[in-house]
Design a protein around this ligand. Structure first.
Ligand SMILES: [Zn+2]
Length: 142
């Protein structure tokens, strides 16, 4: 899930720049880094290494708990996720337009990557939307 293009020797990952210097934010950063690196233990991982009898999510009980489930579909996290997701989507749609949003972010894995590390999405040709009167003009940015 983590983009290696944002990694530079001697420079902290951009995730650490988004956090405040508080104990709770550092704990959030550690959790997010574990999710990014695939070392955050979810039921699927525990089951794979025989630390759990089932890969099914213990919160909702509806499907295997992997990172995509946790970030996009777990019904027990719906309200916690909705507020942040709506803000992220609005920010991206404002920048690239709804058509590109629908073209790029049409699967749960891509949405998960956006939530965890938006640097992974640099490989997509993003067209930035500009307004000229009532007309939207799109220009590819890198
Ligand atoms: Zn669940």
């Amino acid at each position: 899930m983590m983009s290696t293009s944002s990694l530079k020797v001697g420079t902290p990952h951009p995730i650490w720049k988004t956090l405040k210097c508080t104990v709770s934010d550092v704990k959030k950063g550690i959790t997010k880094c574990r999710m990014l690196t695939g070392t955050y233990l979810l039921q699927v991982n525990k089951h794979k290494f025989k630390q759990s009898n089932s890969p099914i999510c213990r919160c909702c009980g509806s499907e295997p708990e992997d990172i995509v489930h946790m970030m996009t579909t777990c019904s027990s996290l719906f309200y916690e996720r909705k507020e942040s997701y709506d803000k992220i989507k609005q920010c991206v749609v404002t920048s690239i337009g709804l058509n590109q949003w629908n073209n790029i972010f049409n699967d749960k894995t891509t949405i998960t990557k956006l939530i965890l590390d938006c640097y992974t999405l640099r490989r997509y040709p993003i067209k930035k939307r500009y307004k000229r009167g009532n007309i939207s003009v799109y220009r590819t940015v890198s």
